[in-house]
Design a binder for this molecule. Structure first.
Ligand code: NAD
Length: 382
């Protein structure tokens, strides 16, 4: 069976869905691997490294996809009118497409129409068995790290307390908004750099995790926050009253902060605004806000997704999009391993092909379409 790896053509994307190390293992499963020329270059993996790993380097998307039974992508393939190549139309009918596919009803309909069996890895249930295939976690972890490193780069002072013969520079005060996978990594990274770190979240479990990393918890707790976690482990959307109370606590602390790292998300919704314009106005010149939630609108009212803004009072707001793609070699390696693990978990050795039992929790979670039909419970009609 032939497996194709395409170049990512969407804006702000630098990752690739397979790296030479995973290509070797895919070939070990019995697959023939075709990688579109230049696919790994933005992440630092040249064509020659794929060729050395045993892949065929195909000159373009059409050549890579010809006869493919499996297609690996980071982001959804471009559809008609979305860019230079209509990637979706080039994927052979019946092929298994695996990627973060921006799952929604329209996308599912498009994949069904194209006759592609689409596995949307961002829909994978966050259960223990799925941890090694969990693309959201692997990518969020690196985004949290990268955000702090970029904040340190944009900050005119330093993170650690520096005691020198010429005097002492105080440690940076860092506040992390949202302590999920990205936020916890941001806390750990800021601590490693020597910052004095506090964090806020709404889920009760997050408070313990914040403290276990040596940061202090800043937040408001009431009956609502004690029930703020869904069965899937995500935060529930909080009421306007709760957000106002939480805002008061954050506002009291934020004026002393040098760095604010925003990571708070609520599944399927716009990111909550946790840093208001008034809060930014209370911050010192030279402070830095990094907003990883920018792809979902951002946690800071002044975030401009895709841009860095410098406010009137000299606060930098870094609202770049797609933070994992800002550390593309590491993000690609982990993403590629997630996909490889998914394939090997469901690999049928005898058939030398993936076998995806419809009743399996993970399969049910990710499969949007099969055999030209929308099968995902969230998007199927009726
Ligand atoms: P996420 O990206 O959806 O959200 C980031 C954080 O923002 C969360 O901690 C959330 O509670 C927080 N948040 C939401 N609204 C907020 C508000 N108003 N104020 C402050 N914070 C707010 O979360 P995630 O990183 O994807 O993690 C979600 C959950 O999944 C967590 O419980 C995590 O432990 C769990 N998880 C489990 C596994 C596993 O077992 N396989 C893997 C990864 C994550």
């Amino acid at each position: 069976m032939r497996l194709a790896v395409l170049k990512e053509r969407r804006a702000d994307e630098a990752r690739v869905a397979a790296v030479p190390e995973t290509v070797r293992k895919l070939i070990g499963l019995g697959l023939t691997v075709a990688v579109e020329a230049g696919a790994g270059l933005p992440a630092g993996f040249p064509d020659a490294a794929y060729a050395e790993a045993g892949a065929e380097v195909a000159p373009d998307a059409a050549a890579a996809l010809a006869g493919a039974g499996i297609v690996l992508k980071v982001r959804a393939p471009l559809a008609a009118g979305e860019g230079e190549v209509d990637e979706l139309s080039l994927i052979p009918r019946g092929a298994l497409l695996i990627g973060t596919l921006g799952a929604d009803k329209e996308a599912a309909g498009r994949y069904a129409e194209a006759g592609v069996d689409a596995a949307a890895m961002e829909m994978l249930p966050r259960i223990t068995r799925a941890q090694s295939m969990d693309v959201l976690s692997s990518q969020a972890n690196l985004a949290g790290y990268r955000a702090v490193v970029e904040a340190a780069g944009a900050f005119d002072r330093g993170f650690p307390m520096l005691m020198t013969a010429a005097g002492t520079i105080p440690a940076a005060n860092v506040m992390v908004m949202g302590a999920g996978v990205a936020g916890l990594q941001a806390i750990a990274t800021a601590r490693r750099l020597g910052g004095r770190v506090s964090a806020t979240d709404v889920r009760p479990a997050a408070k313990e995790e914040i403290k276990s990393l040596g940061a202090s918890f800043v937040g408001y707790e009431d009956e609502e926050s004690r029930a703020a976690q869904t069965a899937g482990g995500y935060a529930k959307p909080m009421s306007a009253e709760f957000l106002a109370k939480q805002g008061e606590v954050v506002a009291a602390a934020i004026g002393k902060m040098d760095i604010v790292v925003c990571t708070a998300l609520v599944q399927g919704r716009r990111a909550p605004i946790l840093v208001t314009e008034a809060m930014v106005a209370s911050m010192k010149p030279g402070s830095v806000i990094v907003d990883i939630a920018s792809d979902a609108g951002g946690n800071c009212a002044l975030t401009k997704p895709g841009e860095m803004v410098v406010t009137g009072n000299g606060v930098k707001v870094l609202g770049f999009r797609n933070w994992p793609a800002r550390i593309p070699a590491a993000a690609s390696s982990l993403y590629a391993r997630n996909l490889l693990t998914f394939l090997t978990t469901f690999w049928d050795k005898d058939a030398s092909a993936p076998k995806l039992p419809a009743e399996d929790d993970l399969v049910r979670g990710v499969m949007l379409t099969r055999g030209g039909q929308v099968v995902h419970a969230n998007f199927a009609a009726g």
